[in-house]
Design a protein. Structure first.
Length: 91
């Protein structure tokens, strides 16, 4: 198995009782044209192997929302750029 398949299987097991939710990437101020991926903030989380295919303005994300140290995080599984198709999020 590839690292990405292992990571996806791990998320699937961890959130087996949930379905991934869809979120739209919107912003309130001008400036950057998207956001960069961040690694899973939890000590047991996987480190980010790639920051490729980062979500641009207007993208949609699928994943699982978690709370860590009082902050909300989205463990993204898929990204769909504004005029694109759904693709796996980098792991």
């Amino acid at each position: 198995e590839t690292t990405q398949q292992i990571a996806q299987d791990s998320l699937s097991k961890e959130f087996a009782d949930q379905s991934p939710k869809e979120y739209a990437l919107t912003k309130l101020r001008s400036g950057c044209t998207g956001m960069f991926w961040r690694a899973d903030p939890r000590p047991s989380g996987l480190r980010l192997a790639s920051n490729n295919h980062w979500p641009r303005d207007g993208a949609h994300l699928r994943g699982y929302k978690i709370e860590h140290k009082g902050q909300s995080w989205l463990l993204a599984t898929h990204v769909k750029q504004e005029r694109g198709e759904w693709k796996n999020a980098p792991k």
